[in-house]
Design a protein around this ligand. Structure first.
Ligand code: G
Ligand code: G
Ligand code: MN
Ligand code: NA
Length: 251
């Protein structure tokens, strides 16, 4: 049996869940938002990473079904959080560019209890491979709804500064690849992180540094002016019950 067939059934069988990874302000350790990350608990194979099953979903049109489920679920969960913090959802470029995406988004939002400004769509640079005119149309529609946009995995894909200059993105996420090696001697990633933070703040974009695991990394990027981080140093992605517990504790 193909993993693709299993994935088709996974939703109906309740094998997919969304976990939420906190985004934290370094200065005071306050949680300022969460990123929804999909998890698949396969009955025989155990946990399968989205890094494995999302590409399979993209190749088989299942991505639209999974993506719509993720949107609905994240909006429903976030609507019940005691603090109305932003919830970020990853939107695959394939899903973003497929017909009906904006219609789906509009329906999900109006059926949910959340304010559109609480929703953040994380999109990678691979959307820039698509048609600029139709992308612009989708971006405009998203902005019109009041939904926020984050440019994810920045610096690892098809980044072009030209895209940033006309960018509809309010947030920029620096990929963890740069953070991984930034404290090594002679690492050029320090310069890249620092320049990206400078560029983003000059463009009035909010910067989130991803994949921070260690205190030396945190100190280094904080020294470079980073204010928001997402990484195991604070927390892995949590099931929604744990998010609720933490928020109830005043986190
Ligand atoms: O959570 P992390 O484990 O291992 O995720 C691996 C990759 O899968 C990341 O690139 C992440 O953006 C992507 N991913 C996680 N959840 C989703 C999702 O709901 N939709 C999409 N399109 N990608 C996701
Ligand atoms: O590609 P994207 O940025 O959407 O996905 C975030 C990915 O990074 C997920 O796979 C998530 O589990 C992972 N992640 C988040 N924080 C850390 C971290 O501190 N270290 C590592 N190795 N991975 C992380
Ligand atoms: Mn992401
Ligand atoms: Na990323």
């Amino acid at each position: 049996r193909l993993i693709e067939d299993d994935l088709r059934d996974a939703l109906a069988h309740g094998e997919l869940t969304l976990n939420y990874q906190p985004i934290v302000r370094i200065e005071d350790n306050i949680v300022v938002g969460f990123e929804a990350l999909m998890r698949w608990n396969h009955p025989e194979r155990g946990l399968i990473s989205p890094a494995v099953f999302i590409p399979i979903a993209e190749d088989s049109h299942l991505i639209n079904t999974l993506g719509e489920w993720a949107l609905r679920t994240a909006c429903a969960d976030a609507a019940k959080w005691p603090k109305k913090l932003p919830v970020s959802i990853n939107v695959s470029a394939v899903q973003f560019m497929s017909e009906g995406f904006v219609t789906t988004l509009t329906h999900v939002l109006s059926a949910s209890q959340i304010d559109p400004s609480q929703l953040v769509l994380e999109i990678t640079e691979s959307v820039f491979l698509g048609d600029d005119d139709s992308n612009d149309q989708i971006f405009r529609a998203i902005k019109q709804l009041g939904v926020r946009l984050a440019l994810d995995d920045f610096g690892t894909g098809y980044s072009s500064l030209a895209y940033l200059s006309s960018s509809p993105f309010e947030k920029l996420k620096i990929d963890r690849k740069f953070v991984e090696t930034c404290t090594e001697r002679g690492s050029k990633d320090q310069a890249i992180i620092s320049a990206t933070i400078g560029l983003a703040s000059a463009l009035k974009m909010e910067v989130i540094v991803e994949g921070v695991e260690a205190f030396d990394q945190l100190d280094l990027i904080h020294g470079m002016g980073a204010q928001l981080v997402q990484g195991w140093i604070y927390s892995k992605a949590l099931p929604n019950d744990e998010v609720l517990e933490r928020l109830a504790q005043g986190d």
